[in-house]
Ligand binder design. Structure first.
Ligand code: AR6
Length: 178
């Protein structure tokens, strides 16, 4: 399959995705928040929160660092798994933000492959509350994902599920690669 055919840009609510896994734009506490994180925790109910508390206790007592990712079940969502990653908070670009954002995508994709996930949906990590410039974030999201897919068969398909200004931005960047 052509590399670009493995990527789909969608304007939608990520909590409604019917794929093997969705990615949560979490914070280091892993205990919920606003935006995508709030919507995912509202949809799954308390069982997700409990699993996240366990992960914190056992593996990340100080919180999940930016750029890293962990996996939980999907509970009431239409997915088997949720992969939680913490994007960088944008300051001015000289605090390692680009590397940390690329790490988020790569680490989520790696975890997905390890769990034999064939289809995965990403939100536009860091572009809401964490204020990462949307254009820059979209380029990193798409290019880092393509770099990964080039070398790996899984996941087979990646959805970028975006809303608002990101819809036109993602579509334009994606088109420019064709
Ligand atoms: N489906 C798809 N995209 C969405 C949805 C949705 N249901 N809701 C928001 N977006 P954000 P961040 C878009 O703030 O910037 C939370 O409080 C939104 O328009 O969810 O990584 C966490 O707990 C934006 O473009 O994530 C953290 O504290 C993008 O998703 C913090 O926010 C990401 O926005 C993480 O901030």
């Amino acid at each position: 399959m052509n590399l670009l055919d493995r990527i789909v840009i969608l304007e939608a609510d990520i909590t409604k995705e019917k794929v093997n896994a969705i990615v949560n734009a979490a914070n280091r506490s892993l205990l919920g928040g606003g935006g995508v994180d709030g919507a995912i925790h509202r949809a799954t109910g308390r069982r997700l929160l409990e699993e996240c508390r366990e992960i914190r206790k056992k593996e990340y007592p100080d919180g999940l660092p930016a750029g890293q990712a962990v996996i939980t079940k999907g509970y009431n969502l239409l997915v088997k798994y949720v992969i939680h990653t913490v994007g960088p908070v944008w300051r001015n670009g000289s605090y390692n933000e680009p590397k940390l954002l690329a790490d988020c995508y790569r680490n989520c994709l790696r975890l997905a492959a390890e769990h034999e996930i064939k289809s995965i949906s990403f939100p536009a990590i860091s572009t809401g509350a964490y204020m990462y410039p949307k254009e820059l974030a979209a380029k990193t999201a798409i290019l880092e994902t393509l770099k990964y897919l080039e070398k790996h068969e899984l996941p087979e398909v990646v959805h970028f599920v975006v809303i608002g200004e990101n819809v036109a931005i993602y579509k334009r960047i994606f088109k420019s690669l064709k």
